[in-house]
Design a protein around this ligand. Structure first.
Ligand SMILES: [Mg+2]
Length: 228
């Protein structure tokens, strides 16, 4: 059976600089303008919201944020959609995996509307057999229920699965669920510093295409075990 490679979207396949820009720059500016507040006050307010909702399903919901902060967040993303970019090596990696017979899934916490917007801008949709948003699943990837529900919707064998995500909390939950091969990303945003490997708990990819040789190595070991 072909192995499944599951990919996170933002910060893994796509450059997180777009999301950082939207959430940390545009939204505070728009919020300040709409509510006629000093920018520092908007930033403080939003920061508090962010802190209290991090790693929950609503954190990823444009609808929720639009209601909560009074700024149409989806519209904001549409306005700046020309800034959406793939990370270096993204297309090359997906192409190679496809050629080598791997099955690729896109497993994202982005809500359906943001997912659609990203896929309309970066032509990667055709590489995936399964594309799923945590909004459809009903739990964020940080919640073990996400993985149980995903497996119910799309059966897969965690022992044979490879999963790449730039969020350690997500990887930890995937590990708890039993996914065997987990990888972190050292530079989710091209505009931010590279994270140091010693600070990261999981094997970490500096370049996306590094995954190809790692997978070949995993395959080789699996075959050795079978022969032995
Ligand atoms: Mg991510």
């Amino acid at each position: 059976m072909s192995k499944i490679v599951m990919f996170d979207m933002d910060g893994t396949l796509l450059d997180l600089s777009f999301d950082d820009f939207i959430w940390n720059e545009c939204l505070p500016e728009r919020h300040a303008k709409i509510h006629q507040l000093p920018l520092s006050e908007s930033k403080e307010k939003l920061y508090q919201f962010y802190q209290s909702h991090r790693h929950t399903l609503v954190w990823y919901s444009s609808t929720y944020w639009t209601k909560t902060v009074g700024v149409d967040v989806l519209k904001l993303q549409q306005e700046f959609q020309s800034k959406i970019q793939a990370r270096s090596g993204c297309i090359e990696l997906l192409q190679q995996l496809k050629e080598q017979g791997y099955i690729c899934w896109l497993v994202t916490n982005a809500d359906r509307a943001s997912l659609r917007l990203k896929l309309d801008n970066i032509a990667i949709e055709h590489f995936f057999d399964v594309i799923i948003s945590s909004e459809q699943v009903g739990y964020a990837k940080e919640d073990i229920n996400f993985w149980q529900e995903l497996q119910r919707l799309h059966p897969f064998n965690p022992d044979e699965t490879i999963f790449i995500d730039d969020t350690a909390t997500v990887l930890k939950t995937a590990e708890k669920f039993g996914i065997q091969h987990l990888f972190n990303i050292s530079q989710p945003s091209s505009l931010k510093d590279i994270k140091q490997h010693q600070d990261l708990e999981f094997k970490t990819l500096d370049r996306l295409t590094e995954l190809l040789s790692i997978l070949n190595e995993i395959d080789r070991k699996d075959n050795d075990v079978k022969i032995a």
